[in-house]
Design a protein around this ligand. Structure first.
Ligand SMILES: C[S@@+](CC[C@H](N)C(=O)[O-])C[C@H]1O[C@@H](n2cnc3c(N)ncnc32)[C@H](O)[C@@H]1O
Length: 406
């Protein structure tokens, strides 16, 4: 492929992101038109590098992606959420391929600076070389646990994490400038939202909330892993946020005993499951989780009633009981439809009751006016500083108390 060919692919992808409303500013458009993503994905056919898809580049032994070049759509959304300006100092947590660092550097320009840190020294080394080769020579690529930020370059006008977190590292607030923005893929009981926080006195307050999906941050901030291998087949996982330890053997056996399927009468799209509805379910019911088959396990119908089929992933939202569970399914015959009626299927001895509870929650969300995650307001207080504040939902993490209101 010639330089002109890849430039045409870049322009086409940028156009697609502009038409989709994901890129909204000239600066972000110019960065996507200019920075050559294919140079950061040397193993990938250049044509594939300009498709709007996440591209995993490293996997764990049990088949989970450890690093990827994120989907351009979510990179565009987050670059817009950052409200970058030339001359700003930016810290990125999660260098990965280095492509996003190059986009950041393009926007803040020569008067600005970008520091990026990855916990994986192999990835950091490769990214440093690629950034150098692509001409982004002033970017500092560091190796370490991004939970500590990178004090050498502080304070930063913008700090952005490109792996998901359930908590905010105190170092990030400490290294953020007075008028700065901290942008993190925040997992709220397992449902991720890219949240741009700004300082508001003694706490941080959300300025923008958009649904997203990232792999989890490793290291000190990782906490207990809510994802468990499910059954014998590698690549099949159950994620449950509940503190109870699920009886995985019983739950797996339950899938062999499908109960009745309940229509809910509620039409949804799968994106609702990842944003407003998914968040509503997770905030109201601790047993909400996700059953997923990823990588080679996807596309083999291992997830009964899967409501989501995307390349490399098949999944559905589940409500996990003691020895039974219920899954959000599509109404029969709507497998190919964008909008479908949500049905709920129960599995196991108590599956019907669990399914009724899940169906009721879906109807409650509809009755409440289908709150969208973008309407969520989040306050993040350092632990110990929230006396007297009330909110519809509270999530207490080791470093941060999140107060949520719709
Ligand atoms: C989705 S990838 C990042 C994509 C990247 N921004 C790009 O443009 O290619 C997430 C990255 O976060 C890194 N990571 C995970 N835990 C980390 C931590 N505690 N500190 C720094 N990086 C971490 C992973 O090694 C992985 O490379």
């Amino acid at each position: 492929m010639t330089e002109a060919d890849v430039a045409a692919l870049r322009t086409a992808l940028t156009g697609q992101l502009l038409r989709g409303g994901l890129i909204r500013s000239g600066e972000v458009a110019e960065a996507f038109r200019t920075v050559p993503r294919h140079l950061f994905l040397p193993e990938v056919d250049p044509a594939k590098a300009y498709v709007d898809e996440a591209i995993p580049v490293k996997w764990s032994a049990d088949g989970r992606p450890l690093s990827s070049s994120s989907q351009p759509a979510i990179m565009a959304i987050m670059l817009e959420q950052l409200r970058l300006e030339p001359g700003q100092r930016v810290l990125e947590i999660g260098t990965g391929t280095g492509y996003n660092a190059a986009l950041l550097a393009h926007i803040v320009g020569e008067t600005g600076s970008v520091t990026t840190v990855d916990i994986d020294d192999e990835l950091a080394l490769a990214a440093r070389q690629r950034l150098h080769d692509a001409g982004y020579r002033s970017i500092v690529v560091a190796t370490g646990d991004g939970a500590a930020g990178w004090p050498d370059g502080a304070p930063y006008d913008r700090i952005v994490a490109t792996a998901s977190v359930r908590d905010l590292a105190p170092a990030w607030t400490g290294q953020l400038s007075a008028g700065g923005r901290l942008l993190v893929p925040l997992s709220l009981r397992g449902v991720q939202q890219a949240v741009a926080f700004e300082r508001a006195g003694d706490h941080l307050a959300s300025a923008s909330v958009v649904a997203c999906g990232f792999m989890p941050l490793a290291g000190e901030l990782a906490g207990q892993d809510p994802v468990r291998p499910f059954g014998e087949i590698p690549g099949v996982f159950l994620r449950v946020e509940d503190d109870r330890e699920p009886d995985l053997a019983a739950l797996h056996a339950a899938l062999g005993q499908p109960g009745q399927a309940l229509p809910t009468g509620i039409a949804i799209t799968r994106s609702y499951l990842f944003s407003g509805l998914g968040l509503w379910l997770a905030l109201h019911e601790p047993g909400i989780g996700e059953l997923a088959a990823v990588g080679a396990a996807a596309g083999r119908n291992l997830i009964p009633a899967a409501s989501t089929h995307i390349p490399g992933m098949e999944s559905t939202t589940v409500l996990v009981g003691e020895v039974s569970m219920a899954a959000v399914a599509r109404a029969p015959g709507t497998e190919q439809e964008t909008t479908f009626e949500a049905w709920v299927r129960g599995y196991g001895p108590d599956g019907d009751r669990v399914a009724e509870r899940l169906a009721a929650l879906i109807r409650d969300w509809d009755f409440a006016g289908r709150p969208a995650s973008s309407a969520l307001r989040i306050k993040a207080y350092p632990v110990g500083a929230t006396d007297g504040e009330h909110a519809a939902f509270t999530i207490a993490m080791p470093h941060t108390r999140f107060l949520l209101d719709w």
